[in-house]
Design a protein around this ligand. Structure first.
Ligand SMILES: Cc1cc2nc3c(=O)[nH]c(=O)nc-3n(C[C@H](O)[C@H](O)[C@H](O)COP(=O)(O)OP(=O)(O)OC[C@H]3O[C@@H](n4cnc5c(N)ncnc54)[C@H](O)[C@@H]3O)c2cc1C
Length: 271
């Protein structure tokens, strides 16, 4: 029976978690070498509830470049920014975005269509993708998401349901016809026929993928894909990603906010 998707859903299943004892061990070494209190950076940042480990990792990477955890660790540095939000704000402002590639976030995009996955995989830079295989995973129904405006159109819904039911029936007929559940049928035969069968599924069929994305790319993707010109499903999903990212890495998303059209716009576009 056709499963109607209420709404595609996003799960944030992974994000940076720092090994603070190792960071301290390293900063202690830096402090000994430079006769400075480098370790005090860890004391300040770890105890700041407004700084996530993702933020802290990027800040750490940035400060490593100039040895600027505290004044004195680099003889050229006599003054440093002592607030993470300010420090990371300056990274964004000055466009030194490569450090933002250290922080990666893993999202499951569930009950999204192949329209969504097609568009998502166009983002190559800073994105790792694992996508549900419709060559291996046999369709037993055609789960489908309808936007709200479509649900309000009775004739459209009736016609669409009729088509979906027909396509589901065809999937079930084909799996019987090919004997995919028969005793002894080997997996490569199942795979061969399952791949053929997916050709009769619409682009709107619901599926899922895992994407691990670094913050530099998250910033780019949510800007591009929440714009009014973007497709409605990816806009919806990326709005969820924006909200999750705002919580997970508040200081690296500090210049983003949604406008009245729910487009997420940054102050600093290219970092
Ligand atoms: C509203 C909208 C409509 C679209 N319509 C179409 C369409 O009709 N047809 C179509 O084919 N696509 C379309 N796309 C997809 C679009 O062209 C991009 O492929 C997609 O948005 C990925 O973005 P990106 O190129 O910024 O790549 P990402 O992989 O997200 O890369 C991020 C940034 O890294 C840099 N970068 C990445 N790869 C390279 C590289 N190889 N060389 C140099 N710099 C690189 C660029 O600065 C790039 O902006 C559309 C996208 C949107 C948002």
């Amino acid at each position: 029976m056709t499963r109607i998707i209420e709404r595609p859903e996003v799960f944030l299943i992974g994000q940076p978690s720092l090994e603070w004892s190792e960071i301290r061990r390293y900063l202690n070494k830096v402090g000994e070498r430079t006769d400075s209190d480098a370790i005090s950076w860890a004391d300040r940042v770890q105890n700041d509830s407004l700084v996530s480990d993702g933020d802290a990792l990027v800040e750490f990477g940035g400060r490593l470049c100039y040895r600027s955890w505290i004044p004195g660790a680099n003889a050229n540095v006599t003054k440093v920014r002592e607030n993470s939000r300010e420090y990371l704000g300056n990274i964004l402002k000055s466009g030194h975005g490569s450090v933002a590639e250290h922080a990666n976030y893993s999202f499951i995009f569930d009950d999204v269509s192949r329209v969504f996955t097609h568009e998502m995989v166009r983002h190559r830079a800073g994105v790792a993708v694992s996508q549900e295989s419709m060559r291996f995973v046999r369709l037993t129904d055609i789960p489908f998401w309808f936007p709200k405006w479509a649900r309000n159109d009775n004739e459209l819904m009736l016609r669409s349901f009729t088509l979906l039911v027909q396509m589901e029936d065809h999937q079930i007929w084909m799996s019987d016809h090919f004997g995919l559940d028969d005793e002894g049928i080997n997996f490569s035969e199942k795979k061969h026929k399952t791949s053929f069968m997916r050709r009769f599924a619409p682009d709107g069929v619901a599926t899922g993928m895992l994407c691990t994305i670094n913050v530099r790319s998250i910033r780019h993707i949510v800007y591009m894909r929440t714009s009014l010109g973007a497709e409605e499903e990816i806009r919806l999903v990326m709005d969820d990603v924006s909200n999750l990212a705002m919580k997970a890495t508040p200081n690296l998303m500090q210049d983003y906010s949604p406008n009245e059209n729910q487009e997420w716009i940054p102050e600093f576009l290219k970092i």
